[in-house]
Structure formats: C-alpha cells, structure tokens
Design a protein around this ligand. Structure first.
Ligand code: ASP
Ligand code: MG
Length: 434
C-alpha cells in the first residue's frame, strides 16, 4: 500500500467555502496520485479569535475547561466542511476530533502537551481507502478525560505529531507564505526562498524571529525525525523542506538572517561585583514568570558592574519594576529600560566549521555604522542587539555581504532533497488546486 502523507492547512487556507473547496481539491489531487492522506485542519480564518472575544462578552474570566470546549468547536466546523467538500468531489472522507484521533495530552487547559497519539481510528479509515481529516490544536487528557487545546497555533504540532504516529513519509504544512526565506521578504527585497534547512537551523530561526512555524512543531519534528515541507496553499510551487542534516549535503555556510523587534533591554547599573547577585536577580525574574533571552555582564570596574538582559516587550515593565526593587535591596545604582531594540541574527549550520563568521558580521555592521549593544551566540547562530531604527539597514547589509540573494550552488543542489522531493513534479503539474 502506498505511503501516508500528512497535509496541514492553517486558518487562512480554509477561511471561506471557496478556500475549503480548493483545499479539498488539493487533498483529492494528492490521493489521485496514489497517496493516502491524513489532513489536519485549523479553524476557519479568525474563528478562534472570534470565539475568544465571544467568551469575553459573557465572562471576565472564563473557566479554562469551558474555554477549551468552546475553542475546539472551531476546528470541528472546518473538519466537517472539508469532508463534505471532499465527498462532493467523489472522495470518501471521515473527520475526527482530537480525542477520536487518539491525541492524548497532559491536563493543562489552553497549553496542553501531546503525550502520545494512538491513531487507530485514523489508520483504519486510511486502510479502508478513505481520507482522514483530523481537527488540529486539540486533544484529550489521559488524566482527567477532559478536552484540551495545545496553545495558539497548535495545529502545526498536531500535524507533525500525527505524521510521527502514522509513520508518514512526510508532513506538508500549507500556509500563507511560500516557505522559509533567507530574510523577511518585507524587509529585504532580494530575499530568496530556501529549498532546504536543517531542523537545527529552523529551530534557531524560529526562536530568533522567523514566524513561519510554531517552535514546538519543529522540535517535535526533529525529535521524531519527521520531514517537513512548508509551502503555500495559494500557489503550486514547492516550498522549503525542513529535515535532518545529511553529510552528503553540501551546505551553504549561512541559511538566513532573522530579526526580532519584540524584545526590550533592561540594565541593572552599578551592581556590587560579588557572588550571588546574578543568582538573586534571575531567580526573582524566573519566580515572577519573566522569560529572559540574552544576558550580558560587563567587566567590573572598581568593584561594580552592569548586568543587561533582554525580555519580551510585553513583560518589560514587569521586569523593570522587579529590577528597580532589587537595585534598592542590593545597593545598585538603579536601572535602565530600553524598548527600542532589535535583535538581528545570522543562522547557519556551516558556522560550526567555518571560522570568521562573527568577525565578518561585526565588520559589516560597523561599516554600516550600526552600533552593537549586545552579542550572544550558539554553535550555529550569532545574534546582535542593535537600535530598532538600524534593523532594516543591518539585515540588508548582512544579506548582501553574505551573498544570500545568490542561488548558492552549494546549498541548492542537494542530492538528499531531490530524493525526498521526488513527488513534487507531479505536485507542480496539479495546477489549479488550492
Ligand atoms: N485555531 C487555532 C489558533 O488559531 C490553532 C491553529 O490555528 O493552529 O490558534
Ligand atoms: Mg488559526
């Protein structure tokens, strides 16, 4: 029997009856090429937001259990309509809620984690020649038997987890962008769609500002080795493959440049340079539930030092208030809050084996008169905090200095991709669907 493919369609892909019919057409075309398809569907358009708004009109603080009952209704609507559209095209299709599909989670309403998937009913439907359409974003707690949701944007994770449980050949994520780009195309005109990125690169890109995929879904894909294909549901061209690194692939050094303007910088000034201060500061922040990203401690001068860190802008005021209090307690000189920063990151697995990338990055920023305020690195990422007004200049200068606009012979002739991608010629010829 032919292999299983999981196809996930997000809210914009199913926002109207016309779009649902187009999605059904795309699923049907995949089936007609000989694949078995399990589709994972999000709620139509802004449905989830509208349901949240509706809840707020009847209660200032809706019980989390009832909130999940309400929100999971969104995906019920789109999955049933998708099956009806498939039926109208002459295909047999069966929809499943998360619990029917065997998506088992922990009991935390609104932010449940998938513990296991037991997709017996889905598999039986596929084996019987039907298309299975599964509601994304939802599951059932093994503990409480209650219906849960996975957190906003959770359908990506549903799809990847379903692909892992079914042993699918790959998981396609249909969305409103054409794939993963070398930089945000709204900021860099010559940004180019990447044919392939590794899980590690995608994780770094997603956590440093690229918004294509929910971070958790990429983690899940890496942990279960599910090949992902992120592509547009509006055009037919292939998108970006996300998969494990393969030694046979020749890699470009840099995959892409991301930027993030959602963070703020807090500095605790004139801190006495003695043991235990950083532990207290970050301990208190953690206790208050503030997520810290970058941290820099300066060289101390005359027994005092400055400690700067970045947090999400939503949490900046809370962090600053806490820091002000700590400053008083430890006899520091006060604090600074800067909400006009941008984090610009260079990501690429090739960095591991190519020295000098950081030096070149700093050099490019210097020649563009962009001042670096903070630096942090991982083995495959270098991030610099700059002033928000310099973000566009910085990203463009780096994009051209590292020649990312050029279709790199190194990156884009992946033998490995052609192998996995072989169904794609057929895909591109299925013009007109979705
Ligand atoms: N419908 C849910 C949301 O809007 C889940 C998803 O779209 O992935 O967050
Ligand atoms: Mg949505």
């Amino acid at each position: 029997m032919s292999g299983i493919i999981v196809q996930k369609f997000g809210g914009t892909s199913v926002q109207s009856p016309e779009r649902i019919k187009a999605v059904a057409g795309r699923i049907a075309a995949t089936v007609e090429r000989g694949h078995r398809v399990c589709a994972v569907i999000s709620a139509m358009g802004q449905t989830t937001d509208e349901l949240i708004e509706l809840a707020s009109q009847v209660s200032p603080d809706p019980p989390v259990r009832e909130m999940d009952m309400l929100l999971t209704a969104g995906e019920r609507i789109s999955m049933a309509l998708t099956c009806m559209a498939l039926d109208a095209l002459g295909h047999s299709a069966v929809s499943f809620t998360g619990s029917q599909a065997g998506v088992l989670t922990d009991p935390r309403h609104g932010k449940a984690m998938i513990l296991d998937i037991q997709p017996d009913r889905v598999r039986a439907a596929l084996d019987g020649g039907a298309i299975a359409v599964v509601a994304g974003f939802q599951g059932m707690s093994t503990d409480t038997k209650e219906i849960t949701t996975l957190g906003r944007g959770g359908s990506d994770t549903s799809a990847v987890a379903m692909a892992a449980a079914l042993g699918a050949e790959y998981c396609e994520i249909f969305t409103d962008v054409e794939g993963v780009f070398t930089a945000d195309p709204r900021v860099v005109e010559s940004a180019r769609k990447l044919h392939v990125v590794s899980y590690d690169e995608m994780l770094e890109m997603a956590s440093s500002g690229a918004k294509v995929l929910m971070l958790r879904s990429v983690e899940y894909a890496r942990n279960h080795n599910v090949a992902l294909h992120v592509r547009s549901s509006f055009v037919d061209s292939p998108g970006t493959w996300i998969r494990g690194e393969d030694e046979r692939m020749e890699r470009a050094i840099i995959a892409g440049i991301t930027h993030d303007v959602t963070e703020a910088k807090v500095t605790l000034k004139g801190v006495p340079d003695q043991p235990g201060i950083a532990a207290k500061l970050f301990g208190d922040l953690a206790e208050a539930g503030v997520n810290v990203d970058m941290i820099v401690q300066n060289v101390s001068a005359e027994g005092h030092t400055d400690i700067s860190f970045t947090v999400n802008r939503d949490e900046a005021k809370k962090a600053a208030t806490l820091v002000a209090k700590i400053a008083g307690e430890i006899g520091a000189n006060g604090y600074d809050l800067d909400e006009t920063i941008a984090k610009v990151s260079l990501v690429g697995a090739g960095m591991r084996s190519h020295p000098g990338i950081a030096a070149k990055m700093f050099d490019v920023l210097a020649s563009s008169s962009v001042n670096i305020e903070m630096i942090s690195t991982s083995p495959i990422r270098i991030s610099c905090v700059v002033h928000e007004k310099d973000a566009t200049t910085a990203v463009n200068a780096l994009h051209s200095a590292f020649e990312l606009e050029a279709e790199s012979a190194l990156r884009d002739s992946h033998v490995g991709v052609e192998r996995i991608d072989s169904g794609d010629e057929a895909e591109s010829s299925s013009a007109g669907v979705a």
